[in-house]
Ligand binder design. Structure first.
Ligand SMILES: Nc1ncnc2c1ncn2[C@@H]1O[C@H](COP(=O)(O)OP(=O)(O)OP(=O)(O)O)[C@@H](O)[C@H]1O
Ligand SMILES: [Mg+2]
Length: 300
């Protein structure tokens, strides 16, 4: 199976004109494996956001190759890239990037509306479910300006999860919230990673947060460096069984609606897309069945 993220000799140079150039990334080689939770640390300006943007297809490298789930996206056109972003990647921005005129519920519904696979009712139900999962069942109809920073960030996480992405990319998801809310956010991401085996990449300046992940990458001046992590104390993040159960149920519900939606919207002209999606869903179902079985074995 292909790795979710593979970068080969990726370079990014910003050309500011007048002979001024910034080498934001210098020949980065990086492989992130399925189900890994990776933290990226490094001083301001070392290239962390640039790296995430390139992994997510929000920006193109100047040189090198970007391969996502085995697909080379390096030279993809905007239409195809948008498709990959929608289907495979959930991006949590440092400054939330919610649509200001839309409510929390509408913001979370948006990515699902674009894929057009679920019915309006199913989209709404899933959005409510996701907002409940992030602890915002009581803020469905609030607009971003009517919510706190931590609440907006949790809406942004719910939105990133909407299309059940295989890769979650979060750029300083706790950068603008208090410590307690920050831990809630990390707990949620960790819960998703452990329960649904989603691959997660988190940029953080907080070593305590970085140490909750098995792998920490350090960046310095556009390159990945190896450096031993500093020792700090980290609160325990045991994910209770009930939370895992809810995550699994939400995932199963989404899968069921998506498969039904796929059958409903099936046409002769979309035969290839239909077959591809069907294989994808079958794989996800297989993965879920394995996770459920492992959990049952652990309990039993
Ligand atoms: N659009 C741009 N045009 C020119 N230079 C840029 C652009 N975006 C980023 N840079 C430069 O590239 C380098 C890497 O920036 P990047 O935003 O990736 O840093 P970062 O590690 O995310 O920093 P921070 O921790 O402050 O968010 C910096 O020197 C920055 O000034
Ligand atoms: Mg940044």
């Amino acid at each position: 199976m292909s790795d979710p993220v593979e970068l080969r000799n990726v370079t990014k140079t910003y050309d500011l004109g007048g002979g001024i150039k910034v080498d934001a990334l210098k020949s980065i080689n990086l492989t992130i494996k399925q189900g890994e939770l990776v933290s990226i640390m490094g001083p301001s300006g070392c290239g962390k956001t640039t790296l995430l943007n390139i992994i997510s297809g929000l920006d193109n490298p100047t040189d090198g190759c970007v391969i996502i789930d085995g697909i080379d996206i390096t030279h993809m056109g905007e239409g195809d890239l948008a498709h990959i972003r929608r289907e495979k990647i959930g991006f949590v921005f440092q400054f939330f990037n919610l649509v200001p005129l839309l409510t929390a519920l509408e913001n979370v519904q948006l990515p699902m509306v674009f894929t057009g696979r679920l019915s309006d009712t199913e989209i709404k139900e899933r959005a409510i479910e996701l907002l409940r999962l992030v602890g915002l069942g009581h803020r469905l109809h609030h607009r971003p300006t009517q919510m706190s920073g931590g609440e907006q960030q949790r809406v942004a996480i719910a939105r990133a999860l909407a299309n059940e992405p295989s890769i979650i990319v979060a750029d300083e998801p706790t950068g603008n919230v208090d410590q307690e809310t920050g831990w809630k956010i990390i707990r949620l991401i960790k819960g998703l990673n452990e329960t649904l085996e989603q691959t997660c990449i988190i940029v953080t300046h907080d070593p305590a947060i970085a140490q909750t992940s098995k792998k920490i990458l350090y960046m310095i001046d556009g390159k990945i460096a190896s450096e031993p992590p500093r020792l700090v104390t980290t609160p325990s993040l045991g994910i209770p069984m009930e939370e895992r159960r809810q995550l699994l149920l939400a995932e199963l519900g989404w899968l069921k609606s998506s498969i039904e939606g796929l059958e409903r919207t099936r046409t002769e002209s979309s035969r290839e897309a239909y077959t591809q999606a069907k294989v994808l869903y079958a794989r996800r179902l297989e993965r879920l069945e394995r996770i459920v079985q492992e959990l049952q074995e652990k309990r039993g």
